[in-house]
Design a protein. Structure first.
Length: 277
């Protein structure tokens, strides 16, 4: 369930999936500014990734959705929620691994100007995060987190009632979320990304070596070299699983039925996108 809270409305999911290569292209372009020479190769790599995902990974995603649907009518424990989260994370890792050859090819030709653009985009994101979660007043920070949590839950359950709002409020009040620590880690990952790309572009290693360097960067992003942050991140995941279970426990039979219907809609959209419906 945790892994599906990012999904939009069912009516747009099939369209968004079918347009994924174009959407990804423009999203990445916002960070790096592809040149006219790079554009066609990037589009081709994204099209190949999308084709592979449709045939190989989409059935696995649908299977996880079906597993989540089976859980929602009853009680969902924190370990069960974490189990779904782990499966979604595994699907994401498979996509990243398949994309590595294309990323390595692009990395060998990234320019200094593109790395400058990437750093500016990172800084813009960091400034916005800092304004919202560090510089803002405590009540504003909490309101921002409440708004996001409510929106994510309502995508699944529909309109929330007092019991669910109280459960979300309690989860945020007891959360270990530390914006300063999170920002420090974001900045470390961003510097690591820029340094890795710069090294590949300057030395132009063999494709397997470039992929190994990128894989090592991804591993450092998933498992930070900072032990304090690793412990913090693991605690946040556990708290997220527990808060999901608590919110779900507060829902009514009608809300749980709505949740099943929502995930069933996602499943139908993905089945249609895969050509199975």
């Amino acid at each position: 369930m945790l892994g599906f809270l990012w999904l939009g409305g069912c009516s747009t999911l099939q369209l968004a999936y079918s347009q994924a290569p174009n959407l990804l292209y423009w999203w990445i372009d916002g960070y790096i500014d592809f040149s006219k020479e790079q554009g066609p190769a990037v589009r081709s790599a994204l099209a190949e990734l999308h084709s592979w995902h449709r045939s190989s990974e989409l059935p696995k995603t649908i299977a996880v959705l079906q597993k989540a649907q089976a859980l929602l009518p009853g009680t969902v424990t924190a370990p069960q929620a974490c189990g779904i989260f782990d499966e979604v994370r595994g699907l994401t890792s498979a996509i990243t691994e398949h994309a590595l050859p294309g990323i390595a090819d692009f990395s060998a030709n990234v320019t200094a100007q593109q790395l400058d653009k990437l750093q500016r985009k990172y800084q813009k994101n960091n400034d916005e995060f800092s304004r919202n979660f560090i510089q803002a007043k405590p009540e504003e920070r909490k309101a921002k987190r409440m708004k996001g949590a409510i929106e994510r839950s309502e995508r699944i359950y529909g309109k929330l009632g007092d019991a669910q709002l109280q459960a979300i409020d309690a989860a945020i009040d007891s959360s270990s979320f530390d914006a300063t620590l999170a920002l420090k880690e974001y900045e470390r990952r961003q510097k690591d990304a820029v340094d890795t790309l710069r090294q590949i572009s300057l030395t132009k290693p063999e494709p397997t070596a470039a992929q190994a360097a990128l894989r090592a960067y991804i591993e450092r992003s998933l498992k930070s070299p900072d032990l304090t942050y690793r412990q913090y991140a693991a605690k946040l995941v556990q708290e997220s699983c527990e808060s999901f279970a608590a919110v779900h426990a507060s829902t009514t039979p009608a809300q749980r039925a709505k949740a099943v219907q929502t995930l069933k809609g996602y499943e139908g959209d993905l089945l249609a996108a895969s050509g199975q419906k």
